[in-house]
Ligand binder design. Structure first.
Ligand code: ZN
Ligand code: ZN
Length: 345
């Protein structure tokens, strides 16, 4: 008899269409591992999939089990994978690179031209079991809090952004205090930022930002953010902006209050094109950096080191719910009264 598991499936195209299904436990193929999921986390991507925004509509071919942020234990391996992997506690790099395109061959797997993503192109982790390529199963430290291991994938985005530029001693603005922005505030402090100023209009998230290490949180609705940012940053603005809001006005403001020669790392995804004043960017020598995923596996090495040395980002978690309560979890996220929500299968 085939053993089955509970899982959350995007059943068909269109908004909604998330259902809990009972499906056969996957069998790992050549080069794959089967993982028993301990704890999974809901990402903004999962909300885009639920709402069937352009990101999902142009990439997905349902039915697909969603979810890509998790930790768990390897319970079986496919052909060509060492049996020694069974029993390892792992988290997953969600981007599956092709290893054949010119960018992969140049060591830039995070920019692979043929990237497939767990929980988008192939079945994901909102399930009791998930199978993924062995190389994507990154070994975790079992001695750090499990909640941190479940969030290595999004933490990797925060760490990738914060390591794109040198933060030591700098005044760093973190715009947008969703879970990744909150983690970025902690990471920036840990990497030696002189001062971390968060920008966040939601009072609930602003409070979390202080707990995660922000020295100051500005509400861009209550002040003129360009004037205020310049005023409190030596009259000329912050050295670095780590942008996670994806907010058009927020991004435009950042290009105005960043100090001349400063650096802006784009970590948030705007829903629309963002008109920018390139003349100003040119004359003020502003540096803009894009960001995609995590460097494989340099970013993983850095974040593992930070966690092993005591960094804890579990302060960005607001709820841990049984997987069956996924509808409640999505409602909480849409209410703005939740941060990171973890699901336990
Ligand atoms: Zn994610
Ligand atoms: Zn590639």
């Amino acid at each position: 008899m085939v053993q089955t598991m509970k899982c959350i499936v995007k059943t068909k195209a269109g908004p909604g269409n998330l259902e809990m299904w009972e499906k056969p436990i996957p069998v790992p193929g050549a080069g794959e591992v089967l993982i028993k999921v301990h704890l999974a986390a809901i990402c903004g991507t999962d909300i885009h999939i639920k709402d069937w925004e352009e990101f999902a509509a142009t990439r997905m071919n349902p039915p697909i089990i969603i979810g890509h942020e998790f930790c768990g234990e390897i319970v079986a391996v496919g052909n060509g994978v060492s049996e020694e992997r069974v029993g390892q506690l792992v988290s997953a790099e969600s981007h599956i690179a092709c290893h054949r395109c010119s960018l992969c061959l140049d060591g830039k797997e995070n920019l692979c031209l043929n990237t497939k993503a767990i929980g988008v192109h192939i079945d994901g982790c909102f399930a009791e079991y998930v199978k993924i390529p062995s190389e994507n199963a990154y070994v975790c430290n079992p001695n750090i809090p499990e909640e941190n291991n479940a969030m290595l994938e999004p933490l990797g985005v925060a760490v990738h952004a914060a390591t794109k530029v040198n933060l030591g001693g700098k005044i760093v603005a973190v715009t947008g205090c969703g879970p990744i922005g909150l983690m970025a505030a902690t990471v920036a402090k840990r990497l030696g930022a002189g001062k971390v100023i968060c920008v966040e209009p939601n009072a609930y998230r602003a409070e979390a930002a202080y707990k995660m290490g922000a020295d100051l949180v500005l509400n861009p609705i209550e002040c003129n953010i360009v004037d205020e940012m310049r005023r409190i940053c030596e009259g000329i603005g912050p050295d670095v902006v780590l942008e996670f809001s994806g907010n058009i006005g927020g991004i435009q403001a950042a290009t105005k209050y960043i100090r001349p020669g400063g650096e802006i790392v784009i970590g948030g995804l705007p829903n629309h094109d963002v008109p920018l004043n390139f003349t100003e960017i040119f004359y003020r020598g502003v540096n803009l950096y894009g960001l995609s995923g995590r460097e494989m596996y340099h970013t993983w090495k850095v974040m593992t080191g930070l966690l092993n040395s005591g960094m804890d980002v579990s302060g960005c978690i607001s709820h841990i719910l049984p997987m069956e309560e996924y509808n409640k979890a999505f409602e909480l996220l849409e209410s703005g009264q939740a941060l990171k929500i973890l699901l336990r299968p």
